[in-house]
Design a protein around this ligand. Structure first.
Ligand SMILES: [Zn+2]
Length: 346
């Protein structure tokens, strides 16, 4: 549910076409693109254009699964949000926080300042029985602390959950939960009857800020993520959630590739993880004794239920073989490829 297929002018990152190639391998049957592309998916023209690129790629790659798109919310585009939600391929609305001065500390591209906009977006999503996804990182706290502390995440999680109480029945996804406190806030909200899911991502389950599983041949900047990687106690807590039977937990890839130069210059968050998602989670499952049926829930069945996506719900056995990364990047490929082909942590 959380894939960055950039396309447009960001062809040196993972493109729409590359994501479609992965999906065509049969490993991915539910997939939704995030809207923080450049230009962003915040109006009908770019939504339509992006959808056409995705459909063309899907056809060329003979990918039989439907591709979904999140539509980005701003304080000015509520009318576009309403129209976008009417499209069957728009899975829901995505909130990125913006500071009152309009600066997006974490995204720099699009976002929402006013709580009233978030409430309107929730109401629109509820009307179409679609989902509101929130990137939780409070820009005011980030600006004050000059970093992304845990409070920046938890304060925004609290805000979203509080606003959700005003819109009973709205479906919420809290994106890339990185710490115990956020997870506990969401679990409490679930117990109160709010239909909110915890999105977990491989980077927070596999890595932490203590260097666990890091590849020492890589520049540490590659482990810079939004939300930040937290201490090992948070990673362990999130792994424990996998072993529960909570069906309002999803594991998504949140793949976000950036070149070494970009990482060093402007510190964009994110690591490449789309192809690595499944092997990472299976490795964790084997290590922690998580049943196959639970793995299937976390990677696919729970998504299918929460988002009303018709996807196969039988367990299928796959045989794994070690393969070279088949994705080629048009630019920077000689700087980029070796790091992806080097010894992988699993
Ligand atoms: Zn993301």
């Amino acid at each position: 549910m959380h894939v960055h297929g950039r396309g447009f002018y960001q062809y040196r990152k993972t493109t729409i076409d590359q994501v479609m190639k992965e999906a065509a391998n049969g490993l991915i049957n539910i997939s939704a693109f995030m809207p923080n592309t450049i230009p962003a998916i915040i109006d009908d023209i770019y939504l339509e254009y992006y959808f056409c690129l995705a459909e063309e790629s899907r056809r060329i790659n003979k990918n039989k699964f439907k591709q979904y798109i999140w539509f980005g919310v701003t304080d000015e585009n509520i009318i576009y949000c309403e129209h976008a939600l009417e499209k069957d391929y728009v899975i829901g609305l995505k909130i990125y926080p913006l500071a009152p001065d309009g600066q997006g500390v974490t995204t720099g591209v699009i976002g929402v300042i006013h709580d009233s906009t978030i409430v309107k977006a929730m109401m629109l999503a509820r009307k179409q029985d679609k989902v509101l996804a929130a990137h939780c990182d409070d820009p005011i706290i980030i600006a004050q602390s000059k970093g992304n502390p845990i409070e920046a995440e938890t304060e925004y999680v609290k805000k979203i959950l509080k606003l959700a109480e005003q819109v009973p029945g709205v479906k919420i996804m809290i994106c890339h939960v990185s710490c115990r406190q956020s997870a506990e806030l969401i679990l409490e909200a679930q117990a109160k009857g709010i239909d909110v899911v915890i999105e977990l991502c491989p980077q927070y389950l596999w890595f932490d800020n203590e260097g666990t599983n890091w590849n020492l041949n890589l520049n540490p900047i590659f482990y810079y993520c939004f939300n930040n990687l937290r201490g090992s106690e948070h990673r362990k807590f999130l792994i424990e959630l996998l072993t529960s039977d909570n069906q309002s937990i999803l594991i998504d890839s949140d793949s976000a590739c950036h070149t070494r130069e970009e990482k060093l210059q402007s510190k964009p968050g994110g690591i490449p993880s789309n192809q690595e998602l499944v092997p990472t989670i299976i490795t964790l499952a084997i290590k922690h004794g998580i049943a196959e049926a639970r793995v299937a829930q976390l990677l696919s069945f729970n998504h299918s239920t929460f988002f009303n996506i018709p996807a196969p719900k039988e367990l299928v056995e796959y045989e794994w073989e070690l393969k070279e990364d088949h994705l080629l990047y048009k630019l920077q490929r000689y700087q980029f490829l070796p790091s992806r082909l080097q010894a992988r942590p699993y």
